[in-house]
Each structure stands twice: as structure tokens, then as C-alpha cells.
Design a protein around this ligand. Structure first.
Ligand SMILES: Cc1cc2nc3c(=O)[nH]c(=O)nc-3n(C[C@H](O)[C@H](O)[C@H](O)COP(=O)(O)O)c2cc1C
Length: 167
């Protein structure tokens, strides 16, 4: 049974997703990207999956570099997600002006993240428009235990649903 595209959009947009910056690196090339498809997938080992657009710079960097970071952000500072929805500028130890340091796997970790973790890719699945990268958490930290991490509901932005022209 064919489901109307508009209904598919409206219903998938209702999924209460997280919203964070996914950091990646291959060689000297680094990036971070606004990402909402993030979920834990196993407890032993502790695995987290991220769904990454096959046309994104981030997809290439995670595939080549073999790791990624997830940087949870303060829910009161959601303008960062607009800036990171295109490839980031890497200058003076910062991505788009937000200071980063190298994690144990080399991927960028944001100094301003309220909490973060770093994953080594264990499996990847090309699912169509997106690749699911499944990574084992190899390092993690919390900067501000009181801050509430951002989710999609903190913004007016939408992501997901059916593929649109130009995306
Ligand atoms: C609110 C929001 C959520 C997003 N979530 C995802 C996501 O989960 N996966 C994804 O591949 N792109 C997502 N995007 C799109 C990427 O941020 C955007 O396509 C980016 O330009 C591609 O990343 P790149 O810099 O690695 O090329 C989202 C964008 C916005 C505005």
C-alpha cells in the first residue's frame, strides 16, 4: 500500500530525535555535522548508530577515518545546528569558530559540548540514501551535568521523511 509522501513526512517528523554534532576526520580533513539520527544499539558492547547522508562530506570522512564523535549540545544554543548543516570551516583549532580538540581516535571533540563520546566504527550498512555507521564507544566525557542536551523539538527544523529534490 502506497503511503502519501506528505503523511510519511509528517509522521516521521514526529519521532522525538536527539540533535547533536557528529565529528569526523580522515587525515588532516575534519568536519562536524548537524545530526538527528543517533541512537544506542547495544549494551555489550556499547554501540551507537548514526545515519549519515551518502552525499555528505561526513560520510566519506567516517568511512575513511573509521571513527566519529557525538557532541551533545546545550538546548539553549541551537543556532549552532544551522551553521553545521553544511561543511564546516576548519581554522585556528576550531570548526566554524567553535574550539575543538583531538579525541583518542583523532576525531574532533568540541570544548563546548555538554557531553560527548567517541566511537570506533564496527559495522556500516549502506541503506539507500544514508549509511548507518555503528560504532563502539571508546571514550566519553561530561562538561556540564546540569545542562539539558538539545533535541529536534528545541528547534523549528525538520529532518527525515521522504527524499526531496535538491537534498
Ligand atoms: C535539524 C537537522 C538535522 C539533520 N540530521 C541529519 C542526520 O541525521 N543525518 C544526516 O546525514 N544529515 C542530517 N542533516 C543534514 C546535514 O546536517 C547536512 O546535510 C550537511 O550539509 C551534510 O553534512 P556534511 O557537512 O558532512 O556534508 C540534518 C540537518 C538539520 C538541519
Amino acid at each position: 500500500m502506497a503511503i502519501d509522501d506528505e503523511l510519511l513526512n509528517r509522521v516521521t517528523w514526529k519521532i522525538p530525535n536527539a540533535l547533536a554534532l557528529v565529528g569526523s576526520r580522515s587525515g588532516d580533513e575534519r568536519n562536524a555535522m548537524t545530526t538527528s539520527w543517533i541512537t544506542q544499539l547495544s549494551m555489550e558492547p556499547v554501540l551507537v548508530g548514526v545515519g549519515i547522508d551518502n552525499s555528505a562530506v561526513t560520510r566519506r570522512l567516517i568511512a575513511d577515518g573509521g571513527s566519529f564523535s557525538v557532541n551533545l549540545w546545550d538546548a539553549t544554543d541551537t543556532k549552532v545546528f544551522v551553521k553545521f548543516s553544511k561543511p564546516a570551516t576548519d581554522a585556528d583549532g576550531a570548526l566554524n569558530g567553535r574550539p575543538v580538540r583531538d579525541g583518542v581516535t583523532g576525531v574532533p571533540i568540541f570544548d563546548d559540548a555538554v557531553a560527548w563520546f567517541e566511537c570506533e566504527v564496527r559495522q556500516s550498512l549502506d541503506l539507500g540514501t544514508h549509511t548507518l555507521f555503528i560504532g563502539e564507544v571508546v571514550d566519553a566525557g561530561i562538561r556540564d551535568d546540569e545542562a539539558r542536551p538539545a533535541s529536534m523539538a528545541d528547534t523549528r527544523m525538520k529532518y527525515g521523511g521522504v527524499k526531496r529534490g535538491g537534498h
